[in-house]
Design a protein around this ligand. Structure first.
Ligand code: C5P
Length: 233
């Protein structure tokens, strides 16, 4: 069976990762969460004094440390999904917390870091058969991907979904307001940065999933995949 690469882009907490993971599992593709890579670098930066007290980033220090940052994905047999490893340590839980979420947008706006991450992402996908989600996958990482999906939803709906997820993971402290503000802040930062801003590729297919549930959006993605495969046969 012919393999393609699938780019899934969209705003924060739009459910694109859930869709991309489930799609990859069903069609037997490798799933790569590019946001997890920027999150892992942010965690590394926090732990290694690369973030200054005023929350600015010491870019020279980050550049020096970059060769020491190794990010891998390994399948978690319990969840059936890949966990993120930073220098051999499973950091899946820590990279999803508010501390990393609040700093990941400025970290991911750094040009030399993006260049390195994009190179790694492209290497991981040379053999095709990859579903990758992020902000610049259809525009920069896989500009020639056979299938590009772009997912959006209103900030309020995304904040509610993220809250449900945090509560389920046992976080009782974070408030709806904090989550909503973080989502709006990241939207603004991701769309207006100089380096690879979040934007829909011209040939991406859009889904606003504000009123669509997880099963329906997965059916939609599967349908897009089958149509694309049939066209490329
Ligand atoms: O997808 P997720 O929300 O986990 O990504 C975290 C952050 O990483 C985003 O807010 C964005 O700033 C950055 N990111 C990026 N490019 C990607 C994926 C994520 O800049 N390809």
């Amino acid at each position: 069976m012919k393999k393609i690469n699938i780019a899934v882009d969209g705003v924060s907490s739009s459910g694109k990762s859930t869709m991309a993971k489930d799609l990859a599992k069903i069609i037997g593709y490798i799933y790569i969460d590019s946001g997890a890579m920027y999150r892992a670098v942010t965690l590394y930066a926090l732990r290694n004094g690369i973030i200054n007290k005023d929350k600015t980033i010491d870019e020279d220090k980050l550049r020096e440390h970059l060769p020491n940052i190794d990010i891998q994905f390994k399948l978690n047999p319990l969840t059936g999904r890949p966990d993120t490893y930073l220098n051999g340590e499973n950091v899946e839980r820590e990279i999803r917390g508010m501390e990393v979420s609040q700093l990941v947008s400025p970290v991911s706006a750094i040009g030399f870091l993006r260049k390195e991450m994009v190179e790694q992402q492209q290497k991981m996908s040379l053999d095709k058969g990859v579903v990758m989600d992020g902000r610049d996958i259809g525009t920069v990482v896989f500009p020639t991907a056979e299938l590009k999906l772009f997912i959006s939803a209103s900030p309020e709906i995304r904040a509610k979904r993220r809250m449900d997820e945090l509560r389920m993971k046992g976080d009782q402290e974070t408030t709806y307001e904090e989550v909503l503000q973080n989502i709006k802040y990241r939207d603004d930062h991701d769309q207006n940065r100089k380096e690879s801003p979040l934007r829909k590729a011209d040939d991406a297919i859009v889904l606003d999933n504000s009123t669509v549930n997880i099963e329906q959006q997965l059916d939609w993605a599967l349908d897009m995949y089958h149509k694309t495969i049939n066209k490329t046969l």
